[in-house]
Design a protein around this ligand. Structure first.
Ligand SMILES: C[S@@+](CC[C@H](N)C(=O)[O-])C[C@H]1O[C@@H](n2cnc3c(N)ncnc32)[C@H](O)[C@@H]1O
Length: 333
């Protein structure tokens, strides 16, 4: 089955992609800042950059954004996620276009990269915006423990999981001396992050602006399916060859295995019998000499619920906790 098209994404999506069929969209539209001259800004040797990058003029940018974002909304499954990478010059047009859809904003992420464009009379620009939205009406995928377990700590004792899920991402661009590339190629680390948090194995991931096919390559490498569009024939012809060399799932071995979250029952409602058992366990652990904190931690592990959730259950059930236990419970706070 054909998955990649050398066509305009708006026309192509209308022709080939069914409503509600895509699990995740990750895309990086042309920035509307004369991308064909980006080499001048970045002061790079352009010999290895594929010719024919197609830009959108400033005048056309608002209408173009509305059209492709409308198609993206149509093809996304209910519950599916979309990440749009944007510079700041035309960010307002992307935000306007998104506001005309029913997609809901989850995060406005700042991606801070290295090698900002040098300027001497103003601050050096070294970030992009990533707009993360979802389509209402289905179960959303957000793999909270995609990279870190709840218990993983940084060197300074902070939660790695929390840090990794902050909305400012510091990820370096890749420096690929001597390799054929697209302008603005997204780094593998950045793509892995969006793919692993927001999709599951075998999901279908679409990129409306494939460029170097980076989204598609990393998706295939992570055991997902991929599809998309690239209007530049030079890029398309070269990259269609390259992507065929990537083995399905070959990057999965680079990922560390994250143990299942200890909070396996988080947000599930507990049965009355389980609540009774929590109270019984608490009474019996306190009788054995456990401190309140240790007893609750012990129960928290057994029932897969957080410390505060167990404490709240005990507070609600305090009428059935032994008076002595109750005293221990409340005095110890
Ligand atoms: C910012 S680049 C994408 C870079 C890509 N994410 C990567 O990592 O290589 C935008 C790409 O969109 C392509 N493009 C421009 N207009 C298009 C359209 N209407 N349909 C499909 N592709 C288009 C450009 O040729 C360019 O390769």
């Amino acid at each position: 089955m054909k998955m990649y098209y050398n066509e305009d994404c708006i026309e192509g999506a209308r022709k080939y992609i069914a409503d509600n069929s895509i699990d995740l969209i990750i895309t990086d539209p042309p920035y509307g800042i004369n991308g064909d001259k980006l080499d001048k800004h970045y002061n790079r040797n352009e010999n290895n950059v594929i010719d024919g990058y197609v830009e959108i003029s400033e005048k056309d940018y608002p209408d173009f954004s509305k059209k492709w974002i409308k198609e993206a909304e149509r093809v996304l499954k209910p519950g599916g996620s979309i990440y749009i990478v944007s510079g700041y010059s035309n960010l307002r047009h992307i935000l306007n276009a998104l506001s005309e859809t029913r997609l809901q904003e989850k995060n406005h992420i700042i991606w801070k990269y290295n090698f900002g464009v040098y300027t001497s009379k103003k601050y050096i620009s070294s970030h992009y915006h990533i707009l993360y939205y979802t389509k209402k009406g289905g179960k959303e995928i957000f793999n909270t423990n995609a990279f870190y377990a709840d218990s993983d700590k940084t060197e300074t004792g902070q939660s790695q999981n929390y840090k990794d899920r902050e909305d400012v991402w510091i990820i370096n661009k890749e420096y690929k001396p001597g390799q054929i590339k697209n302008k603005n190629e997204l780094p593998k680390t950045l793509l892995k992050k969006m793919i692993l948090y927001s999709s599951n194995p075998n999901d279908l991931i679409c990129d409306f602006f494939l460029g170097s096919f980076s989204t598609a390559k990393i998706s295939i490498g992570l055991g997902r399916m991929a599809c998309g569009f690239e209007i530049n024939k030079n890029a398309y012809d070269y990259q269609i060859e390259q992507i065929s060399k990537i083995q399905f799932g070959e990057y999965l071995s680079e990922q560390k295995i994250v143990p299942k979250s200890k909070l396996f029952n988080q947000r599930k409602s507990l049965l009355d019998t389980e609540i009774d058992q929590i109270v019984l366990d608490f009474n019996s652990l306190i009788k054995k000499g456990f401190t309140k904190k240790d007893a609750i931690n012990n129960i928290s592990e057994k029932f897969g619920r957080g410390y505060w959730s167990i404490l709240n259950i005990l507070k609600k059930e305090k009428s059935i906790i032994d008076y002595k236990m109750e005293k221990t419970l409340w005095d110890a706070q």
